[in-house]
Write a protein that binds this ligand. Sequence first.
Ligand code: ADP
Ligand code: MG
Length: 220
Amino acid sequence: MNLLQASGIRRTYGSLQVLKGIDLEVKKGEVVAIVGPSGAGKSTFLHILGTLDRPDEGQVLIEGVNVFTQKDKDLAKFRNEKIGFIFQFHNLLAEFTALENTCMPGYINGLGNEKEIISRGKELLEMLGLSGRMDHLPSQLSGGEQQRVAVARALLNKPSIVLADEPSGNLDSHNALDLHQLFFKLRDDFGQTFVIVTHNEELAEMADRRLVMQDGMMLP
Ligand code: ADP
Ligand code: MG
């Protein structure tokens, strides 16, 4: 069974057809890269895979669950438990420490107790080489460190799939490579599944599959 299966995804904004019927199948432990020009609809598609936006037509199955048949409240819970997000700009909350930011998704649906959440957050930050940075605010961290905190946060709830939109778009090439290697390590060590939208060809070439989106379609 595929971990994720999207079929016939269409999305229109006003008169603009942004997604023109897209299919995607992702197996557990795969790292799938999506490349393509700006405006191709990559972010729109990723938002739909992540249930942040509903398609006009088509369906998304994650671990066999037809996600958009759920009510908004159930969908929000499903999203928080099953899907991790990493964006180009880390979106860490400025007034919270690295550890607090990492732990944030743990508090949303009352998964686990506070002690467990904090211990999981610390474990992740240690694994990502941030043991000495846990009590730092985002402003006290480098760009690469901030993005690793965002990775830790994405992994907190042990998501089935991590969706990343230009995760290294704001990093220099050295930090970008570090981040990419981290994704593959997480795949190799834990079978973590990734769908990554990127302009970074090095990353796209390293991925198990390099898909190209253009003009609202996935090229064959
Ligand atoms: P990409 O990530 O490949 O650059 P996007 O998915 O961001 O592409 O955007 C695809 C097209 O959809 C663009 O023309 C963009 O302007 C349009 N678009 C995206 N989001 C919205 C929105 N919320 N409202 C109207 N148009 C949008
Ligand atoms: Mg985009």
